[in-house]
Design a protein around this ligand. Structure first.
Ligand SMILES: *[C@@H]1O[C@H](CO)[C@@H](O)[C@H](O)[C@H]1NC(C)=O
Ligand SMILES: *[C@@H]1O[C@H](CO)[C@@H](O)[C@H](O)[C@H]1NC(C)=O
Ligand SMILES: *[C@@H]1O[C@H](CO)[C@@H](O)[C@H](O)[C@H]1NC(C)=O
Ligand SMILES: *[C@@H]1O[C@H](CO)[C@@H](O)[C@H](O)[C@H]1NC(C)=O
Ligand SMILES: *[C@@H]1O[C@H](CO)[C@@H](O)[C@H](O)[C@H]1NC(C)=O
Ligand SMILES: *[C@@H]1O[C@H](CO)[C@@H](O)[C@H](O)[C@H]1NC(C)=O
Ligand SMILES: *[C@@H]1O[C@H](CO)[C@@H](O)[C@H](O)[C@H]1NC(C)=O
Ligand SMILES: *[C@@H]1O[C@H](CO)[C@@H](O)[C@H](O)[C@H]1NC(C)=O
Ligand SMILES: *[C@@H]1O[C@H](CO)[C@@H](O)[C@H](O)[C@H]1NC(C)=O
Ligand SMILES: *[C@@H]1O[C@H](CO)[C@@H](O)[C@H](O)[C@H]1NC(C)=O
Ligand SMILES: *[C@@H]1O[C@H](CO)[C@@H](O)[C@H](O)[C@H]1NC(C)=O
Length: 431
């Protein structure tokens, strides 16, 4: 064997070792996590490992884990390219992550935030956490003019606009059964460039408090709130109609109700919504707001936000399960669905919670098992031979540095080339 063969063998062993380690790195099934696309990575924050925690007022199974899927190369849905990132300072469920369009920082806003590894529910003191995914760093910002009634605000779906301003509506501060809670119908903004918080005054047509909806920001500045359930005075709750859709105009700060028509769609909560480039909102899954064992039908529907018409698409052969409390994101033509709870399975079954990945090609509404990255691959003419000849030690270091630079280059290219449509997931119920 000559030196080159030795090095090749050595490198092969290293590659095999790394892929072996990677294969074993698979997240446990969970639900009620939040999720965001950052460049070519689909991140998942927190979630709950147990379907019984809420009953026992127990936060021990609420995780601070952060996982991401690397979408820059192709893969099979049976072996997703999972990576574990630095955990959050808190266990997290029932909230949402907003990615700043300015520097890709992630803002966790609202949600139930627990000090991890405490036996009893232990609340976080900060309402917002910020994640810099470049360096895997979590921080708590100083918010100017924070409205303390937003503390522990949950079952909401904040959205962020192209200027980095977050809009968050409604929700409640329910934490666990023996603490009083209140329902809210306030709209607040957090300008992430100045960190100024502002709670808007209420207008005549401000809707009643509602929760566990999805919120989708359209390019024209209108937030579309779909599904969930609302609080109707004095002390009742009912499902939000799928045909009277609340919208908030972020340009002139006004509410209006759109009358939607079209196909019959069940009311639902804990569903997900993604926005297509044609201005269609695709909703997926969810259950009845007051019974998470009753899946909403159909599990996939489209709302055209130009005509406000609902429609149903025929899906291909492979049946993805009905899920609620899952995550959905649109990456190119792929709608990627991950984690969640299968309403039709018994809460005591281990398969109730999912760690599967389901990918729908929305060009033809076909479930696919292989994900083909939409990004061009780096040039194959890259001079790998350059450093292999230098010797093992230097070669490995160089491999690291070049790999890092190459990675940065790819990442920058991708940031420039591709603006993904973020997906949203509605969150938890009091039930
Ligand atoms: C966490 O969840 C598992 C599975 O549901 C359960 O057996 C365990 O008791 C839970 N842990 C706590 C502390 O509740
Ligand atoms: C992360 O890196 C990208 C690309 O270099 C940069 O544009 C962005 O500002 C960085 N974000 C943060 C929060 O540092
Ligand atoms: C909450 O967590 C803190 C820090 O771990 C601990 O000191 C405190 O006792 C906990 N409180 C409860 C109620 O568990
Ligand atoms: C929720 O709000 C109600 C009403 O303001 C308050 O009494 C309660 O203490 C709050 N709960 C929490 C956990 O902050
Ligand atoms: C804070 O939020 C509460 C609840 O929505 C609202 O009643 C109050 O006016 C807000 N305070 C400020 C200073 O905006
Ligand atoms: C806000 O703008 C929308 C769209 O331009 C318009 O239809 C609506 O009347 C405006 N509302 C107010 C209160 O100005
Ligand atoms: C939907 O139907 C209602 C009557 O049921 C009508 O008032 C409304 O204008 C229709 N909306 C659209 C977008 O066609
Ligand atoms: C849920 O609410 C519907 C009405 O919206 C009602 O018919 C049904 O009985 C309720 N289910 C439960 C489990 O409370
Ligand atoms: C869906 O499929 C059914 C049966 O194959 C067919 O009758 C129906 O027209 C299809 N609907 C659409 C919208 O393509
Ligand atoms: C769930 O998994 C655990 C261990 O992974 C096993 O002991 C238990 O029997 C399983 N429960 C059911 C209902 O399948
Ligand atoms: C759907 O589109 C994908 C990508 O264009 C293609 O590979 C696949 O064969 C199509 N499936 C069907 C059923 O047409």
């Amino acid at each position: 064997m000559n030196l080159f063969q030795n090095i090749k063998t050595f490198l092969l062993i290293i590659i095999l070792l790394f892929s072996f380690v990677n294969c074993k790195d698979i997240p446990k099934p969970r639900y009620r996590q939040t999720s965001s696309l950052i460049g070519n990575r689909l991140y998942f924050f927190g979630g709950d490992f147990s379907t019984t925690d809420l009953i026992y007022d127990n936060s021990a199974n609420i995780t601070n884990e952060v996982w991401y899927l690397d979408l820059s190369s192709s893969f099979d849905t049976a072996t997703p390219p999972w990576n574990k990132d630095v955990g959050m300072p808190i266990g997290y469920v029932f909230g949402a992550s907003c990615v700043s369009p300015i520097d890709n920082s992630v803002f966790l806003v609202g949600g139930r935030m627990f000090i991890p590894n405490t036996a009893n529910v232990n609340l976080s003191s900060s309402p917002v956490y910020v994640f810099n995914s470049n360096i895997s760093l979590w921080t708590t910002p100083n918010i100017i003019g924070f409205n303390s009634s937003f503390k522990m605000r949950t079952e909401i779906q904040p959205v962020i606009d192209s200027y980095g301003k977050i809009y968050t509506f409604g929700g409640n501060n329910y934490t666990y059964s023996n603490v009083p809670y209140a329902d809210y119908n306030d709209m607040s903004t957090l300008d992430t460039t100045s960190m100024i918080w502002f709670t808007l005054p209420k207008f005549a047509n401000t809707p009643l408090p509602f929760f566990d909806y999805t919120a989708t920001l359209l390019p024209n500045g209108i937030i579309v709130y779909i599904g969930g359930f609302k609080s109707t005075p004095p002390d009742q709750y009912e499902a939000v109609s799928m045909y009277e859709i609340q919208t908030f105009n972020t340009i002139n700060y006004s509410w209006s109700t759109k009358n939607a028509n079209g196909t019959y769609i069940d009311t639902r909560a804990y569903h997900s919504a993604v926005l297509t480039q044609n201005g269609e909102i695709i909703i997926y899954g969810g259950s009845m707001w007051n019974d998470t064992s009753k899946p909403a039908a159909p599990y996939l529907a489209k709302l055209d936000t130009n005509s406000w018409m609902w429609s149903i698409t025929n899906l291909s052969q492979i049946n993805a399960p009905q899920l609620c409390y899952h995550s959905a994101a649109l990456y190119g033509d792929y709608m990627i669905i991950a984690f969640g709870l299968n309403p039709s399975l018994s809460p005591n079954s281990n398969s109730t919670l999912s760690n599967n990945l389901y990918i729908l090609d929305i060009k033809n509404y076909t479930w696919v098992t292989s994900f083909n990255t939409i990004q061009p691959l780096p040039p194959t003419s890259y001079p790998y031979g350059l450093f292999i000849g230098i010797g093992i030690g230097a070669g490995i270091i160089l491999f690291g540095v070049v790999g890092f630079l190459l990675y940065k280059w790819i990442k920058q290219r991708k940031y420039q080339k591709y603006i993904a449509t973020p997906g949203t997931t509605a969150d938890n119920a009091i039930v």
